[in-house]
Design a protein around this ligand. Structure first.
Ligand SMILES: [Zn+2]
Length: 177
């Protein structure tokens, strides 16, 4: 059996298979959403009233926690910017300097890493990445050649003819229409 409370407060039920769960001796389980929005369960409630009481308690706690998360998020924004009575936003003078320094340092570290990767990618002299890439291409070629060499002579000749004629009958430009 299952009973719904007010919207968003969760539900309670008996997980047993009894014919008349309202009068059987099994305990109620409650189902609710925790502070991370995940569905959770608790069991061991002897009566509906006990289940409802616990759901109400949890609901109040979750609401309070979400309100606190909101308050903290707003506090973080306030350190960066503030909004005046007319709704105009401006940079918060006291902390912006520090924030800007941190952001600049993070940006600089990131762009140094990107520049290094880009240089390695573009250089013809082998870096790690190009060595691995070349080895991978070589291995793939070897695999393809082994497959081809494994085909019977007649099959090789047949494929050469078929694919050569397919290739030469192709238009020079493939239009996507
Ligand atoms: Zn039962």
């Amino acid at each position: 059996m299952s009973n719904k409370l007010a919207r968003g407060m969760g539900s309670f039920f008996k997980p047993c298979e009894c014919r008349r769960p309202s009068s059987c001796p099994h305990l109620y389980t409650i189902r609710f959403r925790n502070t991370r929005g995940k569905q959770a369960e608790e069991s061991g409630f002897p009566t509906q009233d006990a289940a409802i009481e616990r759901l109400t308690e949890l609901h109040t706690a979750v609401e309070a926690c979400l309100r606190q998360i909101g308050v903290e998020a707003i506090a973080v924004w306030r350190r960066l910017a503030c909004c005046d009575a007319t709704g105009r936003w401006s940079a918060a003078a006291d902390v912006v300097e520090n924030h800007a320094e941190q952001a600049a340092a993070a940006y600089s570290a990131l762009s140094t890493a990107i520049e290094a990767e880009r240089a390695e990618f573009r250089s013809s002299t082998a870096g790690d990445w190009s060595v691995v890439r070349a080895a991978s291409i070589k291995a793939q070629r070897a695999k393809e050649k082994a497959r081809w060499d494994g085909l019977p002579r007649r099959e090789q000749a047949h494929r050469r003819t078929v694919y050569a004629s397919m290739f030469s009958s192709r238009p020079l430009l493939i239009r996507s229409s």
